[in-house]
Write a protein that binds this ligand. Structure first.
Ligand SMILES: Nc1nc2c(ncn2[C@@H]2O[C@H](COP(=O)(O)OP(=O)(O)O)[C@@H](O)[C@H]2O)c(=O)[nH]1
Ligand SMILES: [Mg+2]
Length: 373
């Protein structure tokens, strides 16, 4: 892989990772209710067992496990209903301390989990939730492992949900969300309620962490696509601004960093790690042998009527149209890779397949260039 590409892409990748930031979710509820299972179902990757990660503050039982755009704040060895005083004291201290830090370090949302068939919701749990709310952390109550038959939820879970609703707690929607995060092989219980829970989480999460939450979650691909299109529009606007005064074609490589930034952001929205994304970028643009300018030239040649701009100038229209074509084609490639639809070759993505997909998408979208008369 050519050095200029890996170096520039790495720089842009890290920059975009920083810009995406992190969504931090606090998880509470008794051991075994299904917190880890729920998080794995929505965020994909196996979240570390309790206690892995870093204690957030000295001597605290609260651990923050950071994975890319996701942070999970979990308790170790403290239980609601048993260690309430200590738990509240530590949560209080932690949340207040994190609030002094940048948005990406703060706790954005809490899920308070109760097993749907437990038939018990103690006053200490209600107090804990009220306390979280008083600290400014939006709380969502989740009933876990709720059996569902057609449209019918298990009556015990419905009763528990009604009871919790009757307490008028400061919780999102005023009532619990009923879920089942893993299919039960024996009873054939379906997975349900996850997208409703995710939607509610988006609703209460600060706007500034929506992109991180979009990247971290793995069940709403429409949300990923919407953020990806936004990244393309932003890069296209920047490209148009850069070429507001038409730039000589030989300087079109000026556009490369912003296009690499766009590609890096999109790859991370689809949770494609750096090494793989870099390989895909090289395959898509033939950047490996070409170098920045030549990669742009190569792609520009795919534009109908490009003959007139090679050696000429690139104006705002072509610069933005070209960037949109690149970005939208790259989204298709990232979607295909993340859906496992790109063939593998010796354990790696088949770069020929990546290239063909990118180029065929690019050709559909390449802006036309009006011939000079
Ligand atoms: N069928 C089913 N099993 C679950 C679900 N959630 C948790 N479990 C099971 O319950 C056990 C405890 O779950 P876990 O996620 O480790 O609980 P945690 O201690 O709250 O993190 C595990 O054996 C899971 O397989 C669920 O939604 N459906
Ligand atoms: Mg767990």
């Amino acid at each position: 892989m050519s050095q200029w590409f890996t170096d520039s892409f790495r720089t842009e990748f890290d920059k975009q990772s920083e810009l995406l930031g992190r969504f931090n979710l606090a998880l509470f509820g008794k051991t075994g209710v299904g917190k880890s299972t729920l998080v794995n179902a929505i965020f994909g990757e196996p979240v570390a067992a309790t206690g892995i990660g870093q204690p957030v503050t000295q001597g605290s039982h609260l651990y923050l496990d950071k994975r890319g755009q996701l942070g999970i704040l979990d308790t170790q060895g403290l239980e609601v209903g048993k260690d309430d005083k200590q738990l509240i004291a530590e949560v209080d201290k932690t949340i207040k301390e994190l609030r002094k830090r940048p948005l990406a370090d703060q706790v954005h949302v809490a899920w308070y989990c109760v097993r749907g068939l437990d038939r018990r919701f103690e006053s200490s749990e209600a107090d804990f939730i009220t306390h979280l709310d008083s600290l400014g952390v939006p709380v969502i109550v989740v009933l876990t492992q709720v059996p569902k038959n057609g449209e019918m939820y298990h009556p015990d879970a419905v009763e528990l949900a009604r009871y919790i609703e009757s307490l008028h707690l400061p919780i999102e929607g005023g009532r619990p969300f009923l879920t089942n995060a893993a299919r039960d092989q024996f009873y054939g219980q379906p997975v349900h309620g996850l997208s409703e829970l995710l939607q509610a989480t988006f609703q209460v999460a600060p706007e500034g962490v929506h992109a991180a939450l979009t990247a971290a979650q793995e069940i709403d691909f429409q949300a990923k696509a919407a953020q990806a299109h936004k990244a393309v529009a932003a890069a296209a606007a920047a490209a148009a601004a850069a070429a507001a005064t038409p730039i000589p074609f030989s300087d079109a490589a000026l556009l490369v960093p912003l296009q690499l930034g766009m590609m890096a952001r999109i790859a991370q929205l689809y949770k494609i790690r750096y090494e793989r994304a870099a390989m895909m970028g090289v395959a898509a643009t033939s950047a490996a042998t070409a170098g920045g300018r030549a990669a742009v030239t190569g792609l520009m040649k795919l534009i109908p009527g490009a003959g007139s701009i090679i050696g000429g100038v690139v104006g705002a229209g072509v610069a933005s149209g070209f960037t949109v074509a690149m970005g939208e084609s790259w989204i298709v490639v990232c979607q295909a890779v993340s859906a496992g639809k790109v063939p593998m070759l010796n354990g790696a993505l088949d770069s020929e397949a990546v290239r063909n997909l990118f180029v065929s998408e690019f050709k559909k979208r390449a802006p036309g260039v009006r011939q000079k008369h």
